[in-house]
Ligand binder design. Sequence first.
Ligand code: FMN
Length: 212
Amino acid sequence: MTPPPKLLILVGSPRREGNSATLAEAVKRGAEASGAGVSLRHLDDHLSHFLRDCRACRCENGECSIDDGFRDLFFNEFLPADGVVFATPIYWYGMSAQTKAFFDRTFCYYAASYPDSAGVIRRMTRKRIGLLLASEETYPGASLGIVHQIQEYSRYTHSDFAGVVRGIGNRRGEVVKDPCGAIEEAERMGRELFVRKVSDYRIDTERAGGVW
Ligand SMILES: Cc1cc2nc3c(=O)[nH]c(=O)nc-3n(C[C@H](O)[C@H](O)[C@H](O)COP(=O)(O)O)c2cc1C
């Protein structure tokens, strides 16, 4: 029997009961209902430094010398995951600094100066990726930069970008009142992340005429 897929949900807001975390919990419920193995982590618990100049910072044995919990999170949770959902508030029309720092810090281990960078690169690829956004504004343009960034991250890592849910709210947790049903959508993302149809055609992709 194939083991259930592993999903990692990374919350990039400093507010533990905030809207990103509320959307993340909804994904967790949905994914658990579908039988996936789920862990939900708050980036603030694991990451407290930005990327530095590896040349000045790397230990002699090639390890990163930045002393926080990023290494454990990256090796024990991110690399083994079959899918990752990033949950971030929209800050200044971009992702939170915590979320961005997570992406930047992966460099410490996929850079050629890390002894097993090839193994890391292999395990960074081919995941299912989801994105949860919490914002005060409903303006569609506010999310475009982040969506574009995650799309490019997914393309670069041969991953499948399976969906975005944007919930509107400002006070912590008020995204549950979003009349567009962000919580239900997030739960659905959790249920379907590993089975949802994802397509990204090229002109010569062989395909049937209909989709369903
Ligand atoms: C520093 C900062 C910048 C923000 N920038 C935006 C923004 O550009 N657009 C927006 O719609 N909301 C913005 N907000 C509001 C948050 O996106 C909103 O409160 C969101 O629900 C917070 O998510 P959280 O509860 O997960 O922290 C900003 C909030 C902060 C603290």
